[in-house]
Design a protein around this ligand. Structure first.
Ligand code: HEC
Ligand code: HEC
Length: 318
C-alpha cells in the first residue's frame, strides 16, 4: 500500500503523505474508476438500446410488410401493382409517408398532389386503406428507413413463376357466379362484384365492377392480388390466412375468366348491352301480344258467329 503511494506521488521536497492519506487517495481513484466504468457501461447500454429499439420496430415493420403489402409492392425488385418502395424514404418526406400509409384513401379524397400524381401514374389503382394502427404505420416507416439506410437487407420475396399457370375460363366463370363451389367454401365473387359478360343484371355492389380488372392489373398483377388478397374486405375471407383461401388452381381459373370478361367486354359496353336487352324485350312482348291478341279475337268471334247461326239458321260462308 505504501509503495503504491510512494510511487504515485511526485518526489522532491513535498511532504510525505501519511499512510491514511495515501489510502484515502487510492480509494478515491478506485471509486472514480468504478464510476467511470459504470458510466461507460450505461452509455454503451443506452446506445445499444437506442439502436435496438428502432431495429425491433423495423422488424415489426418487416413482418407487416410481408403480410399486407407484398401483394402490390416490392423493395428493389421493380414496380408491381404499386411502385417499388426502394428509396421511398428519400423521395417522400416522413410525415407524408406516415399519413399516406395510414389513410391513402383520405389523401386521395382530399386531393393531395403527390397522391393524385401517383394515382394517375399507377393506372388509377387506388391503394386500399389497410386499417393500420399508428404504431404499425410507424414500424413500416422505420423498416423502409432501415432499408434505405442499409441497416436491414431488403426482403427476399420468392420470385413469381416465370410462366403463370394457365387457368380455365369456364371453370373460373362457374366459381365467380357460384355455379361451382370453392374448395374451401368461400362465397361466390358475384355476391359482391359485378362483371361484364354475365348479363346486364350483374352481381353485388359491395366491391368494384371487375370488368376492367384484367386490363388494370395485368395477368401478373392479378396473380399477385389473388394469391395474397391484399384487399381489406376480402382478405379475412380469401386471404392465405383467411377462412377460405383460394387454391392455386382456383386463382388461375378466376384469372382466366377475368381476362375473358375484359376481352369480351372491350367492344360493347354495358349501355349497348342494356339497349340490346331492352330491344330484345320489346320484340318478345310484341310477339306475345300478337299471339294472345289473335286468340282473343277468335275467342270473342266464335261464340258470336255461333249465336248468329242459331238465330238466323244456316248462313253461307263467303
Ligand atoms: C392493392 C394494392 C396495394 C396494396 C395492398 C398496398 N399498396 Fe401501396 N400503393 C399501391 C398503389 C397502386 C400505389 C400508387 C398510388 C395509387 O395509385 O394510389 C401505392 C403507393 C404506395 C406508396 C407511395 C410510393 C411512392 O413511390 O411514393 C407507399 C409508401 C406505399 N404504397 C406503401 C404501402 C404499404 C406500407 C403497404 C402495406 C401496408 C401498401 N402500400 C399496400 C397499391 C397498394
Ligand atoms: C364480401 C364481398 C366480396 C367478395 C365475396 C369478393 N370481393 Fe373482391 N372486393 C371486395 C371489395 C369491397 C373490394 C374493394 C377493395 C376492398 O375494400 O377490399 C374488392 C376488390 C377486388 C379486386 C380489386 C378491384 C379493383 O379494381 O381495385 C379484385 C380483382 C377482386 N376484388 C376480385 C374478387 C374475386 C376474384 C372474388 C371471388 C373469389 C372476389 N373479389 C370476392 C369485396 C368482395
Amino acid at each position: 500500500m505504501k509503495r503504491v503511494a510512494e510511487y504515485c506521488l511526485p518526489a522532491g521536497n513535498m511532504p510525505m503523505p501519511s499512510i491514511s492519506d495515501s489510502r484515502f487517495s487510492f480509494h478515491t481513484v478506485g471509486v472514480k474508476l468504478l464510476a467511470l466504468l459504470l458510466a461507460t457501461l450505461l452509455v454503451v447500454g443506452m446506445a445499444q438500446l437506442a439502436r435496438a429499439a428502432p431495429l425491433a420496430q423495423a422488424g415489426e415493420g418487416e413482418t407487416l410488410f410481408k403480410e399486407k403489402c407484398v401483394g402490390c409492392h416490392t423493395i428493389g425488385e421493380g414496380d408491381k401493382v404499386g411502385p417499388d418502395l426502394q428509396g421511398v424514404t428519400t423521395r417522400q418526406d416522413r410525415d407524408w409517408l406516415l399519413r399516406w400509409i395510414g389513410a391513402p384513401d383520405q389523401m386521395l379524397a382530399t386531393g393531395d398532389p403527390i397522391a393524385t400524381q401517383l394515382f394517375e401514374q399507377y393506372k388509377q389503382i387506388a391503394m386500399p386503406n389497410l386499417g393500420l394502427r399508428q404504431a404499425q404505420v410507424e414500424s413500416l416507416v422505420a423498416y423502409f428507413e432501415a432499408i434505405d439506410a442499409g441497416t436491414i437487407a431488403p426482403p427476399v420475396i420468392e420470385p413469381a413463376a416465370a410462366t403463370l399457370p394457365q387457368g380455365d375460363a369456364t371453370s373460373g366463370r362457374e366459381l365467380f357466379t357460384g355455379a361451382a363451389r370453392f374448395q374451401n367454401g368461400g362465397p361466390p365473387c358475384m355476391g359482391c362484384h359485378s362483371i361484364g359478360g354475365i348479363g346486364a343484371l350483374g352481381g353485388g355492389a359491395l366491391g368494384p365492377d371487375l370488368t376492367p380488372a384484367f386490363d388494370k392489373f395485368g395477368d401478373a398483377g392479378l396473380a399477385s392480388l389473388l394469391s395474397t388478397i391484399p384487399l381489406p374486405t376480402m382478405n379475412p375471407i380469401f386471404g392465405p390466412q383467411g377462412l377460405s383461401p383460394l387454391t392455386p388452381e382456383e386463382q388461375a381459373n378466376l384469372r382466366a375468366f377475368l381476362q375473358q370478361a375484359a376481352v369480351a367486354e372491350r367492344p360493347t359496353d354495358a349501355i349497348v348491352q342494356l339497349t340490346l336487352l331492352a330491344v330484345g324485350g320489346m320484340v318478345v312482348l310484341l310477339v306475345l301480344a300478337q299471339i294472345f291478341w289473335r286468340r282473343r279475337l277468335t275467342a270473342v268471334r266464335q261464340p258470336l258467329v255461333g249465336r248468329a247461326r242459331l238465330a238466323s239458321g244456316p248462313i253461307s260462308k263467303t
